[in-house]
Design a protein around this ligand. Structure first.
Ligand SMILES: *[C@@H]1O[C@H](CO)[C@@H](O)[C@H](O)[C@H]1NC(C)=O
Length: 135
């Protein structure tokens, strides 16, 4: 199985830009996970009503095949869950992800970065996974 070349994804937050390295099998479906750490200021209402639809619309042209926003069942910032929200974005393969990352206009990335500040003060953790098994 050929491994997709290492991919450098710049994930920004209000204070810094950090690289995330991802590798996945070529041609295999990939799930992009965006996990938002629990914080008292996380605004789920804004996130679900504004950010999610905007991201889904922006990624559709690059082949996004589906998504789910999984919501913590405890209040944001309460003890227990490490993440208040986990966004699962389904991609046909890593090539589609690469297209999204390299072809999304800088202004659009900037707009999402600014929007992020409207619902959280903690940068999300982003990573990619492939299916190992499923039932
Ligand atoms: C969360 O977002 C909603 C929708 O934009 C807004 O009406 C509400 O005032 C926000 N809540 C807080 C605490 O900022």
């Amino acid at each position: 199985m050929r491994l997709y070349p290492l991919l450098l994804l710049l994930v920004s937050n209000s204070s810094s830009i950090r690289p995330v390295i991802a590798a996945a099998a070529a041609g295999a479906p990939v799930t992009m996970l965006i996990a938002y750490p629990a914080t008292p200021v996380f605004n789920s209402t804004y996130y679900l009503a504004n950010h999610v639809p905007a991201v889904a619309a922006a990624w559709a042209p690059y082949g996004l095949t589906g998504y789910r926003a999984l919501q913590s069942q405890t209040a944001a910032g309460s003890a227990g869950d490490p993440y208040v929200m986990v966004f699962e974005a389904e991609w046909p393969d890593m090539d589609a992800v690469n297209d999204m990352l390299t072809q999304t206009p800088a202004e659009e990335k900037q707009r999402f970065e600014e929007d992020e500040k409207r619902f959280t003060d903690k940068a999300p953790v982003v990573w990619f996974m492939g299916v190992g098994a499923q039932g």
